[in-house]
Each structure stands twice: as C-alpha cells, then as structure tokens.
Design a protein. Sequence first.
Length: 625
Amino acid sequence: MKFKGPGGFRLQDELEQRWLGWTLIFWVCVVVWFLIQRQGNIYWLALGDTDDNMRLMQVRALLAGQGWYDLRQYRLDPALGGFDIHWSRLVDLPIAGLILILKPFLGTAGAEKWACGIAPLLPLSLAMIGIALTIRRLVSLQAWPIALIVLMGCTSTMLMFAPMRIDHHGWQLAALAMTVAGLADPRRARGGATVGLSSAFSLTIGLEMLPYCAMAGAIIGLRWVWEAADVRRMQVYGLTLAGGSALGFALFASNANQVMRCDALTPVWLTVMIAAGTLLFALSLWNPEKRWVRLVLAALAGAVIAGGFALLFPQCLGRPEQVSDELYTTWLSNVREARPIYRHALKTAFPIAALPIIGIIGAGIATWRARKSEALVGWAAVALFTAFAGSMLLWQIRAGPAAQMLSVPGATALVWTLTPWFLSRGSLLVRVLGSVAGFLIVSGLFTGLVLPWLPDGKPSTGPDLVGKANAACARVSQLRTLDRVPPAIMFTHVDMGPRLITVTHHDGVAGPYHRNGQAILDVHHAFTGPARGFRPIAARHKASYLLICPNMAETTVYRSRSPNGFYGQLHRGQVPNWLEPVTLPKNSAFRLWKIRYDLPDVPEPAPLKLRVNAPKAQAPRPAKP
C-alpha cells in the first residue's frame, strides 16, 4: 500500500522511521482510556480473580519484610503454617515499585489501588512493540498501525492487560509477542537472543507458556534444518535460553522451588532448559552441510531431551501439579478454564476462536505469497506458531488470549492485501462498504456485532443467583462489614480465601492453589460430609468462625455432590446447635456463625429456608491451579 502526494510521503516517513515513538503514543492513549474506564474498579480495589488478590498479598508480604525467597502465604491456613505458592517474585517487582513511588502522595491504600491499576498496563507496551516489530519485518514498514487496531479487538488478550489484572499473564503475553518478533527477525543473532531471553523470562514467571516456548525452540531448530545459514540464530538462542533460565532461577526461584517439583522453574525444568540450550549450541558448532544430516541430528537431540526427562524426572510425566487423584477429581478437573473450547457455549467460544481462525488463514496465505521472497522462512515460522496457538484451544480455553494475540500478524496481512483490492474497484459503493466490511471481518471486530445473537447455552430460568452471589461476596463494602468481628481464622469456601485475606483482617483456610491441596480437600470434605464431621476438620485448622456466601458458584458444587451434606443442610436452614449466629447488616451477602467447640451435638432444628430458586451446580469460576 503506497501513500501518494507530499502529505502521503510525510506520513510514510513517520510510519517507517518513527514507529516506536508512535507505538508508545498509541499505548499511552490506551492506558488513559483504560484508567478512565476502570476508575471505579480501581477505587474499590476490584481484583476480580483469586490470583490477582493473592498477587497483592504476596506484594504486601514482601513490602512488610517477608523474605525474597519465601513465598509462603501465612494468612491462609495459618494454624498449619500457611502454604507455598509456586510463583516467583519477578511480577511482584513492578507492583511493589509503584506502591513505593505512589505511597508518599496517596497513602498506602491509595498507592495499592493505583499500582494495581497501572501495573498490568506496563507489559502492554512491550506486547505492542513486539507486534509492531513482527508486522514491520513480515508485512510492511507502514502496516504496524493496523496490527495495533486489530490487537484492540482481541478481547481475551486485552483483558489480561486491563487495570487490576495484576497477575502474571500480561507479562507472559508480552514475552510471547517478543518471541514472535524474534522468530521473524532477519538478523539471526538478534532474533535468536530475543527468542531465548523471552522464553527464559516467561519460564521464570511460570510454566503457563511452556508449550509455546517449546514450540518456538522447535521452530528455530527447523529453520536450521531447512537452512544451514540460520545456524547463528540457533546458536545464540541456545546460549540465551540456558543462561537466561539459570539467571532467572538464581534470582527468583523461591525456597520451595529449590526441590524437584514439576509446576515451576525448579531444578527439573532448569535442567531441561540448560540441556536443550547446550545441545543446540553443540549442534551449531558442527553444522553439517547436508539437510538430511541436520534433520537426523535435530531429531536425535529432541529424543535425548525427551528420553532424559522421562528417565531423570519420571514424577513429572503425569500431571505437573502432582496432585492426588481425589484432588483432581474433586477440584482441578472442574476448573472451567481448563476445559477445551468445544465444551463451552457458542456465545463464549465464538468470539475467542474467530480471530485465531482468521489469523491462521491469513498467515497461510501470506506464507504462500512470500514463497519466492526472503520473507518465506519468517512467515512460515509465524504461520506454524499461529496454527499451534489455535490448536491449543482444543486443549484448554485458557489458551484464548495467546491464540488471539498470535493471530494478529495473519489478520494484518489479510487487511493489507484486501484493502488495496477493494480501493481499486470502480464502484464507490464497493470501495467504501467493501473496505469497511472487509476490515471488520478480517480483523475480527465483527464478533462484537454478532455476539448478542448467539445462544449462551443456558436456558433462562430466572435471575442469575450465582452471578449475583459471586459479585456481591467479592465487594469491598460487603467484606469490610466482617471486620466488626475481631481478627480470627474463618472457615469458608476455597474461592473466598484470597479475597477474604486481601480485604479484611481475617485469615482463611484454603485458596484455589494446588500446593494447598490438603486444605482444599478439607474444605470440600467439611461441606459435603455430614454435619458431625465439620467441627473436627475446622478444629484442625483452628477456625473460630464459619463464613458462607449462599449461592456462590462453589456452593452449588457442594449441594450437587451431597444434597444432604453439611452445606446442603445449612442451605435449607438446618443449623446445628454448636453454630452461634453472628449478626451482620441486613443486606449482607454472607452468613456468619461462631463455632462452639464446647457444645455437644443435639437433634437438628426444623428447616428454615435461607434461599429460594437454588441454582444448578456450576464450576467454581475463579479457581485455577
């Protein structure tokens, strides 16, 4: 696409030469828009996900003097010493830094709120730069603004960068964007270093992007197999992957991650990354001329890594969380985000899958069009990566943000190809409407127009009691009423734990984290078992109060599995004599009782209805491993 006339040439120069400055200006505009749009969320510290609440608690602990390598959360299950979180301190740093900078001006509470609002937007700048670099290298030096507009339509992706989304996903997506830019980089050493360091950075944060990191390494190996001259890219990649992973482990691996666990950058995965990097570096030194020899060597290297992993770390061949079968059946297998996309309603699946499909098609067409140019290998790498990301949706829908972001190059290439074709038509109607319609479809922005017409997969049977309960019991105004009670350990739902300790001065028992497995099972056993079994479990965790949020998603699971269990009885108003009601405000979303351990069981009283129109069982929304 060419810009004609004096003004057009000036615009072309701006797009080509000052792209970084304009990309950052675009980012600033998005930041301002997000902060204005979400100012209510910031004011009320509306951390909507359990992980966001837990991240803030980790930062608070760090600023309060907890050890750098001590990521134990002492306010969940404090009676048994708390439990370890499998994260690292890397993502804590920008949040903590913002709090320290803002605290003198806004006070502690205000600094926390605005730090949580600003911090998720920082990695968005890196993601935009990575995407712009990829488009400049593969499509055109002037096409990067289209890519940024398409990115705005990646709703699942952009939610990971929204204010209050302080968990690590935004930083990992930024690393993934830089990985793609490295794969597309014609300068081999720089491209290899970009991919290696981005992968090491992502793995230091967590293993969520491990499949993408592995795929990026495989693509670099395939590029070397195809073209021996690409050896420099593989050589630098191997060194930076091994060295970056070792540095990340040394600086950020917690005390609990120094053992042979499978769910984080522990000695297990550090060994794998160092071995993989070393093998690739060794192959680069040999670099045989014949392609079939390089293919055999690459296959042998992959077999050595896979075989060595199976031999040395057999405990990691199963579920990386290493949870028991009971915990997997009771909790982990019910996490909605871990289900494949085809198991979700069309209204949920369509807007997530539409753009990845378009991106795969666009990347395939761009690869074909580049078959006789130098961009062929770069486009082939990006197309392969895009197809891999799209296929990940068939495994888990939580791959949606990455799949959408990786579809941007393919979608942008389609826009860059189709728009000039429409503009060259003789009919004004075709030029205008065709260009607009083509852009809306190819960029995926049309999904917002058709979304209201799609079925959501659930019959409308009345008010959404679960949704209302989930929202009400997370509100600061509701939770702070609990502070009228002196600080205590409250026995409550697993998904309530992180939010409870973030907003109130009370401690909890469990949170939705697999290393907290025994406490999770204790909560489920206590609520689904008989009433007489509750107090021994609560006593083991030294809980003084029982707190429930009627109709919260997790509670529907209790009732579905055990209608006559302890929670089912509570829901019907059958409250044991050893639960002493605690008065809360009339409009409270909670029910609170003091647990009396000094009273014997007596026959249960007649049922009193707590709620009507009980909703069907739903998977706990915030729970994630």
